[in-house]
Design a protein around this ligand. Structure first.
Ligand SMILES: CC(C)(COP(=O)(O)OP(=O)(O)OC[C@H]1O[C@@H](n2cnc3c(N)ncnc32)[C@H](O)[C@@H]1OP(=O)(O)O)[C@@H](O)C(=O)NCCC(=O)NCCS
Length: 207
């Protein structure tokens, strides 16, 4: 569980993560994705799935090919986004209920927005349930604003979806994201940040 010593890694999702990601998905959403959907998304060139996990021992090349090490920590959150025609659409984001409220959702949003900046996306969009104030707060922090509504969008209870977008992803947004990541670094320990375009740009190094 969460301890002072936890260091987190944000990385691309692998096939060996599917069972755990589906577990988090089922505890988080009334309409979770099927295994077939995850398989499709992992093969889809227009889709990127990330997971956040406590950092474990370094993997060797053959372990990366064969899948999970027995002692490798399981992911505790995941997110996905589609990149089509120069735009990014956030398709899913969830954190295991035991790991919420410590900054991991924010860490994944920073990762997604960093990718969006790296691919020079013109617009980032998402849908959120009208009742999901927690997620809305998270998105607003990352520069999203309400731009529309899809009435009765969610099939389980016919709840409306609110549409949110972040734009433009310009130099000012880059600075905003760098400052959000710097804030995250002061409360959460994570690595692999040097691979993020935004971190390289802002010349921030992990403490
Ligand atoms: C939404 C979700 C991904 C946030 O993940 P998280 O790791 O708990 O979020 P963080 O700890 O990074 O918090 C980020 C911000 O979200 C907001 N937030 C988090 N928990 C909150 C709560 N209980 N009430 C209100 N706002 C909250 C705050 O603005 C928070 O920033 P702060 O801690 O600096 O105040 C997580 O709650 C979750 O998995 N929910 C179920 C799935 C879901 O609703 N996904 C979104 C679908 S659109």
């Amino acid at each position: 569980m969460v301890t002072e010593g936890n260091v987190f890694v944000l990385r691309y999702m692998r096939y060996s993560d599917i069972d755990r990601v589906m577990e988090i998905d089922r505890m988080s959403f009334a309409l979770p994705w099927s295994r077939r959907t995850y398989l499709f998304e992992l093969q889809n060139d227009n889709s990127t799935l990330l997971v956040v996990a406590p950092k474990g021992p370094r993997r060797r090349l053959w372990e990366s090919i064969l899948g999970r090490r027995r002692d490798e920590p399981l992911p505790v959150g995941f997110c996905g986004f589609w990149h089509i025609a120069g735009e990014v659409h956030i398709s899913v984001i969830a954190v295991h209920r035991d790991w919420r409220g410590i900054g991991l959702g924010s860490l994944m949003m920073a990762g997604v927005m960093s990718h969006a900046l790296g691919m020079k996306a013109s617009l980032v969009t998402l849908e959120v349930r009208e009742s999901n104030v927690t997620a809305q707060e998270l998105y607003r922090r990352y520069g999203f604003e309400f731009v529309g509504r899809r009435p009765g969008y969610y099939r389980d209870n016919m709840e409306d979806a609110l549409l949110m977008t972040a734009q433009p992803l310009d130099a000012a947004y880059r600075e905003r994201l760098a400052s959000l990541v710097a804030g995250l670094m002061s409360k959460l320990r994570f690595d692999d940040v040097t691979r993020w375009p935004i971190i390289r740009h802002a010349k921030i190094t992990a403490a």
